[in-house]
Write a protein that binds this ligand. Structure first.
Ligand SMILES: Nc1ncnc2c1ncn2[C@@H]1O[C@H](COP(=O)(O)OP(=O)(O)OP(=O)(O)O)[C@@H](O)[C@H]1O
Ligand SMILES: [Mg+2]
Length: 321
């Protein structure tokens, strides 16, 4: 469905020396520095996948999304959507793409929301029946009827994002790129947006590529994760497999009735403080139930809990490496 082949993007950054002299020199003889925002990214995304595309600030996520959606031309490499090179068949390919930037609206601020949709209907040459049906479907999920007559400039952030989402799907694209769509949204707006992504993916089999710094979005929506840093691929795989590989351990926390705590041969006792001992074990070798059974053969247990690396720990480890 989507094929990124050796994508690279360099930005030329104008260097400015300080002071008036520097500014004048910059005008006459500007110096440039090259920023390698994306370096040789390759991946393949199948139809109907929801892929979390994540990485720290400045990693190159937005740059990659812009190249994949035809907004930027790659310095090197290419993007194929359904086998067609986006830079060669831009018009046809873009017809099959929707894109939302949470940070910036694609809607016209001076128009009412409904008028913006009408404009898109003409741009994409959508026939009236299809247009009405899609709008009806999207309204069912997002509830946009009450804001459809509002000028975009008068909308709250959450309303504006809803408007942007509908605008991005009005021509029923097969691929939807979402760059930080949940940024700044309140809990219920986030919930609506996640529901929207799940629904269009389930019903329309829309392929979704999502960048976000909200780990809740990832956990709720994505089976697959691509992690980039400094424009380079760090991880590409199944979310739970990445979690298992990066954090293969769990820790069993056991509380006893007194301060003595037995060792367990399969675990490392990482902490022993008062009545509580912590047993770190490899998830592939043992289960917490087995350890609890072994320990309670030796000594009566009062309480247990399990500590596991959450997705936030995983991300921290992955971003750090
Ligand atoms: N138009 C531009 N001109 C020059 N440099 C740019 C431009 N756009 C982005 N960059 C640089 O390219 C790098 C990657 O930026 P990009 O916006 O793709 O990162 P990102 O992963 O989306 O980060 P964030 O999580 O902060 O949104 C950064 O170093 C950024 O400063
Ligand atoms: Mg970005």
């Amino acid at each position: 469905m989507i094929e990124a082949q050796n994508l690279c993007k360099d930005y030329a950054l104008k260097l400015k020396e300080p002071g008036l002299k520097g500014a004048l020199k910059g005008l006459v003889m500007p110096g440039y520095k090259t920023i390698h925002a994306v370096r040789d990214l390759s991946f393949h995304i199948d139809k109907g996948e929801i892929v979390g595309f994540i990485g720290p600030n400045g990693a190159g996520k937005s740059t990659t999304i812009k190249m994949m959606s035809g907004i930027l031309t790659p310095t090197k490499g290419r993007v194929l959507i359904e086998g067609r090179d986006i830079s060669k068949y831009r018009k046809e390919v873009v017809r099959n793409i929707g894109v939302v930037f949470g940070q910036r609206s694609q809607l016209n601020w001076d128009l009412r929301l409904g008028e913006s949709f009408e404009l898109l209907k003409h741009i994409y040459q959508i026939d009236q029946a299809d247009f009405d049906r899609t709008l009806e479907d999207l309204d069912q999920i997002l509830g946009i009827r009450e804001i459809i007559d509002k000028p975009v400039r008068q909308m709250s952030l959450g309303q504006r994002v809803k408007g942007d989402l509908v605008a991005s799907m009005i021509h029923s694209p097969g691929v939807l790129f979402l760059d930080e769509p949940t940024i700044g949204l309140d809990v219920s707006a986030k919930y609506a947006l996640r529901k929207f992504i799940k629904e269009i993916n389930r019903v329309r089999k829309t392929t979704v590529i999502l960048t976000t710094h909200d780990l809740g979005d990832i956990q709720e929506l994505c089976e697959r994760l691509i992690i980039i840093n400094h424009g380079v691929m760090m991880e590409d795989g199944n979310l739970s497999e990445i979690v298992d590989r990066i954090a293969p351990y769990k820790t069993l926390v056991v509380e006893y009735y007194d301060e003595s705590a037995p060792e367990h041969p399969g675990c490392e006792m990482t902490e022993h403080d008062g009545n509580v001992a912590k047993y770190k074990f490899l998830k592939k070798d043992l289960t917490a139930a087995e350890i609890i059974a072994d320990l309670s053969n030796i000594k009566t247990i009062k309480d247990v809990s399990i500590e596991e690396a959450g997705i936030d720990d995983i991300i921290k480890i992955a971003y750090g490496s």
